[in-house]
Design a protein around this ligand. Structure first.
Ligand code: FEO
Length: 162
């Protein structure tokens, strides 16, 4: 059985994961507008992943007999000055997600809620990977430049993400 406090916090995380999906969907649309099909593909894949994250917590809460409480989702930023700006914003966003996940783990530990700790471990590992992936793209963009041929090359590479 999960506490009301823990369930409320996890409902908050469902909201945050869905907001993340929204942020990345907007970035995908913005990339398309800029003619960056590879970036659009990468952010669209990220959008789908975030929805999966939200649904993972949703399924867990239902399994625990807790109530699902969906919240209003804010409008995400519509446009960015460059692809690099989008990925830098994505990295800051992921760092924020990581902080939120760690806070949830802290709460689960305080409550001695072992089941929630186990489900959250998956997210802890996932966040390490998410931050690393975005950092790598930022590193490449800074190395080859986020314009002209350099950007074209990176965009082509990002088109391969499934
Ligand atoms: Fe679901 Fe990108 O954190």
């Amino acid at each position: 059985m999960i506490s009301k406090k823990m369930a409320d916090a996890l409902n908050g995380q469902i909201h945050w994961e869905m907001y993340s999906a929204y942020v990345y969907l907007a970035m995908s649309a913005n990339s398309d507008t800029l003619g960056l099909k590879g970036c659009a593909n990468w952010f669209m894949a990220q959008y789908r992943e975030e929805m999966e994250h939200a649904m993972k917590i949703y399924d867990y809460l239902l399994e625990q007999g807790a109530e699902i409480e969906l919240m209003a989702i804010d409008q995400p930023q519509k446009s960015y000055p460059s692809a690099l700006a989008m990925f830098e914003t994505a990295l800051e966003h992921e760092k924020d997600v990581t902080r939120r996940i760690h806070k949830l783990v802290d709460q689960a530990i305080t409550e001695k809620d072992h089941a929630t700790q186990i489900i959250l471990q998956w997210f802890v590992t996932e966040q390490v990977e998410e931050e690393a992936n975005v950092s790598e793209i930022i590193g490449k963009m800074k190395m080859v430049g986020d314009k002209g041929n350099g950007l074209f090359m990176i965009d082509r590479e990002l088109a391969n993400r499934e």
